[in-house]
Design a protein around this ligand. Sequence first.
Ligand code: ZN
Length: 759
Amino acid sequence: MKRILLLLVVCASSATAALQSPSQFLGMKVGDDRVLADYKQIASYFRALEAGSPRVKVEVLGKTTLGEEMIMAVVSSEANMKSLGAIRETAKKLADPRGLTDAQLDALVHGGKSVVLVTCNIHSNEIASSQMAMEWAYDLARATDAETKRRLDNVVLLLVPSLNPDGQTLITDYYRKYVGTRYEGGRLPWLYHHYTGHDNNRDWFMLTQVETRNLSRAVYHEWFPQVFVDEHQMGSTGPRMFIPPFADPVDPDVHPLIWREANLIGTNMAFRLEQANKSGMIYGYSFDAYWLGGTRNTGWWKNITGLLLETASARIASPMEVAPSELQGGTKGLIEYKPTVNHPNPWRGGVWRMRDIMDYERIASDALLEIAADRREDLLRDIATRARAAVAFGGPSAYRIPKQQRDWPTAQFLAALLLEHGVEILQDAGSGDYWIPMAQPYSKFVVEMLEPQRYPEIRLQPGRDILRPYDVATWTLPLAMGVTVEKRAAAPASAARVTSIKPETKAVIAKHAKDKMPRVALYNPWGGALDEGWTRWVLDQYGFAPKSLHPQEVKAGLANADVFILPDVDKETIATGRRRQEDGAMRYDEELPPEYRGALDKEATRAFVENGGTLIAFNAACDYVIENFNVPVRNALARVPAADFSVPGSLLRVKVNTAHPVTANMPAETAIFVDRPIAFDTTPPGAEMQRWVLATYPDDAPDILLSGWISGEERLTRKAAAVAMTYGKGRIVLFGFKPQNRGQTHATFPMVFDAIWWR
Ligand SMILES: [Zn+2]
């Protein structure tokens, strides 16, 4: 009914008169201090725009983890909205131009439209973009000026107001609850995504989460945008806005036109911001052109120009005063807070509010549309150029995933994952082997996923330290997943393209299928711990249904548990409830409300193990066990300075003792994922205890690194990486690494599952 009425309004040629602004529609002053629209309100506003404007259409990307509808708005001119099917088809052909003649390609470039994706608010507390998106869409829907109409005639905008709707709701609810109290604008006492919290932006090659998969499908199977801009917020005391060019290091395998386009677009954004009298824009800062795990980054290897925007944060929707003396650099690209060529006009300090963030984001977003319209034919031609280069780069070679291997279900899982990424996969009907032909547009992505990484050691000044990895330094899936993949000269002619792959049940799970499920409890410190969320996700996937216990719940919870897992949380946080900062220091820690404070109940935990329970610790949590339980193990790296040993997320080789139940389903050698690890020196225990070294680093330092980057690897030689022991009537298993890292390390999942099953 509403649609019919609006149609009449359109016929009466006042297309925009009926549109309400976000503030009018929601009855709140969107963008004002202490005002937040929650996700349901945002989605309802986009639905209203869709109903009221022929320039806006809402697509449902899928359901979120907690069952919310995740939406994307398609915004363009009235004429383009009537031919979205043809526009998509053109974008798809340009993304995979195999078989097109030059003349055909020219015609597509000439007739196509730029398709530009903007994603907001993946990190839910970086909330301004979710509010900005409504205002932006409203203005685009009602604009009558020639320049905006020109932009909409040339560009199709795909606008995702939140990549984490569940988290947007969590943050908004919590903010509203505490506004006006001393906890106003403070951090959440738990993760802002049901499983992954901030790590939802580390998932873009593994696609573990439904939100990741929802967007990935829209990008790599449906819309094929040429440009992808992801809008974030960063800390409050540095520059006001990071806009590409990115910082070093750069991946030399990414097509250079990606960086040239990112620089061109980013430079136009900063230019328009400067013209609007905004200060504090910076480039070449902090965020590199190498790491693959982030939202838009993955696209670099799939020929899409991805940009990251990071605007300084307020306290959610509450203003924040930053004293000039508090402004600081200290990060790659800005060591001191001064004018530099990449940061020529520093912000001078003062009050910073959500409205400021929305204004910066809006100007940058408009500048994106401007240049995507100006450079429409360049953007369309360039993605085809990059795709053709990738096809040539791949050549006739192929990767083979042989059916005859240790863990075929996991090999199938890897093939299914690549297929979901839009990679072309073949299967040989006779042998059952999967083949990945390399003469395809995503060949560089395939190499990145399947071959070891060697982190580039870049120094910005002679003699100085190298630039450290932004996040982890490896994503080699065959190693992380324990799958055999072989490079071959060509795929067999008999191999045919597959469109779906359904992996079989993992052997270790199938083996235990008839056993009684152990009751698993998982420690969940206040403030949330990423590794708790990931561990819970992995265990949920394989049917363990763990119960997460906050500090106050531990004692009662352990009475109904067989196994207690301490995820990768540092020992001080476990022991005191206070958070360690990212640089490892303990310093001013913002208070949570009293009901969200507390430390692990040490006595209850010890009694649980002595009376027959199994305690499993991951990575940093091993330190807590070593210090608080009398065990014949010490951390060999405890006093090693960071300058002497560093490994920020790499895959390392260990030898495995397969004679123990915890490691019985492992091969004699495996890759483990190591990120600020614990390495064990063990001592033969007395008669009261049995102790098993489960995994050991190689004798020779050069044998240790499999993929990524490490310095000081000689500190690990012959050290134990995992240890199991009896303790009273119970058991302790210490993993000095991350056997379930971010749901990626299938190679070492069996050790986690078998540690849970160990009796
Ligand atoms: Zn972010």
